[in-house]
Write a protein that binds this ligand. Structure first.
Ligand SMILES: Cc1cc2nc3c(=O)[nH]c(=O)nc-3n(C[C@H](O)[C@H](O)[C@H](O)COP(=O)(O)O)c2cc1C
Length: 187
């Protein structure tokens, strides 16, 4: 049975380099693993406890939860917005964190990577994502890290899948996350 890794991207723009990284991960997934790029984040309303009640959960939020429950692991792709995590990704984490103690992360392995224009590749945003997902119930694999600087120039002409260094790094990220699913199952 193939391991299902749900990819969540923190940029909604069509030409997002983080989205391109996720597309590369889809293509580079090793035998036995499948990376699925989640497409519905733009439609998820801001988290609000008043609507997170039986019969009131918006369809887009319910669909996100269902996709997360069907995943074996999560791979976040985060750019950096003003020194931290973009709102779209934080909003997804908030929806997936509830019901409290029974959220959709369910202790499953999570890795966070990304690219940003700054010289550190969005490391603050990716660190903040790790922090939030860990609190939300994911098992963050802290030593899987990939922060690629200079997004706008590095990927201006070259899709990440065609960048040999990035493709090799991403292949390792997905393989290691896949390996953590196996370890979690065996434990
Ligand atoms: C609102 C906003 C805030 C940003 N803040 C940062 C920042 O704090 N650090 C950084 O390195 N880049 C910052 N950037 C630049 C992004 O890293 C860059 O545009 C990146 O490629 C966006 O990711 P995407 O290509 O996946 O859309 C910011 C961009 C926007 C739109």
């Amino acid at each position: 049975m193939s391991v299902r890794i749900l990819a969540l991207v923190g940029s909604l723009r069509a030409g997002s380099h983080n989205r391109q990284l996720a597309e590369a991960a889809v293509k580079l997934a090793p035998e036995g693993a499948e990376v699925v790029l989640y497409e519905g984040l733009a439609d998820v309303p801001f988290y609000n406890e008043d609507i997170d009640v039986e019969g009131g959960v918006p369809a887009a939020a319910a669909a996100l939860r269902e996709a997360a429950r069907g995943a074996d692991a999560f791979l976040f792709f985060s750019p950096e917005y003003n020194g931290t995590i973009p709102a779209v990704l934080k909003n997804a984490i908030d929806w997936l964190s509830r019901p409290y103690g029974a959220g959709a992360f369910g202790g499953k392995p999570v890795a966070v990577v990304g690219t940003a224009f700054g010289q550190y590749g969005g490391v603050w945003a990716q660190d903040d994502t790790r922090k939030a997902v860990g609190i939300a119930g994911g098992k963050v694999i802290e030593d899987i890290k990939l922060s690629i600087p200079g997004s706008v120039t590095r990927f201006a002409e070259t899709h990440p899948v065609d960048d040999a260094e990035v493709a090799a790094q991403l292949t390792e990220v997905v393989a290691r996350l896949h390996g953590n699913v196996g370890e979690a199952a065996a434990a």
